[in-house]
Write a protein that binds this ligand. Sequence first.
Ligand code: FAD
Length: 287
Amino acid sequence: MYDVVVIGGGPSGISASLYAKRANLEVLVLHNNESNVEQAHQIDNFYGFPGGITGKELYNKGIRQAEQLGIEVKKVQVVGVENLGKHFNVKTVKGNFETKTIIISTGNKKIKPNIPGIYEFEGKGISYCAICDAFFFRNKNVAVLGNGEFAISEANELSHIVKKVTILTNGLEAPNTEYEIIKKKIKQITGSTNVEKIEFEDGSNLEIDGVFIALGEAGASDFAKTLGLFQDGDNIKVNEKMETNINGIYACGNITGGLLQVCKAVYEGAIAGLSAIEYIREGRKEK
Ligand SMILES: Cc1cc2nc3c(=O)[nH]c(=O)nc-3n(C[C@H](O)[C@H](O)[C@H](O)COP(=O)(O)OP(=O)(O)OC[C@H]3O[C@@H](n4cnc5c(N)ncnc54)[C@H](O)[C@@H]3O)c2cc1C
C-alpha cells in the first residue's frame, strides 16, 4: 500500500512527488505517453535555465531527480482508477497499485491532425502553444488551425504580437469571430527548412510563417469521469489546496486549466504534494 500514487511524470507530478517523498511518504510515480513538456522544443521562460532547455531534457531531468531521491518511478500506462472506500486502486497495463491518496497530473493531450507537414515542421513553424511561441512570430503572418473557443483564445494571444492571424478550420464549421477564416480542406503544409505555405485541396495556397494547432484539448477526464470528480469542461475542478471533491484525490498541472505553463504546473504539484502529506498525517477524514 502506497501513501501516494502520482499519475504523471511531468513537471506537476514530479514536483508533487518530491514534496511527498521528502516528508517520508511511500511514493510511486507512474508515467507513460508523451507529455506536454516533451513536445516543447525549447523552453526559454522557466526560471534557472539561461539559454533555455529542451522539453525532453527538462522531463528527463525531472524523472532523474525523483529517482535520485529514492522515489519509485514506473513507465507504464494507467488504464483506470477505483475508489475502494478506505483507499484507492490504480490499474495499469502491468498490474494494480493500492494507495491511500492519488495525485492526478496527467496533463492534457494535444490533438494532432493528420495533415502532411505537421510532424516534419514541429518547432519549425508548427506550434501548439501561443503563449509559449508567439514571440518567435512577431510581425509575421500566422494561422491558427481549429474552430472552437481554444482556437479563438490562441488567436487572441497571437494578435498582440504577430502581424496577422488567419483561422483555418480545415473543412469544419467556422467559429464566430472577426479573424479572417478559411474553411477549405488542407492538403499539406510545405516549406524548405521552415513552414512557408499551406496548400489547400482546391489547388489554392496561403503563404504563412507559422501554424498554431488549437484543435481543442482532449482532457485527462477519463479518470475524473470514472471517479465522479467534478469537472469544468475537460479540466478537473480543484480548490486552492489542489483537492478535488473526493477526499484523498488531488489534481495539478495542465489538467486544472488556467495558465498552461511549467511554472504553474510545478507550483500546483508542490501544493498537491503538501496536501497529500497533511491528509496522510491526519488520517482519512470524511467530507
Ligand atoms: C509545444 C509546447 C511548447 C511548450 N512550451 C512551453 C514553454 O516554453 N514554457 C512553459 O512554461 N511551458 C511550455 N509548454 C507547456 C508545458 O509543457 C506544460 O504546461 C507542462 O508540461 C504541464 O505539466 P503537467 O505536469 O501538467 O503535464 P505534462 O507535462 O503533460 O505531463 C503529463 C504526464 O502524465 C503522464 N500520463 C498521461 N496519461 C497517462 C496515463 N494514462 N498513464 C500514465 N501516465 C500518463 C505522461 O506520461 C506525463 O508524464 C509547452 C507545451 C507544448 C505542448
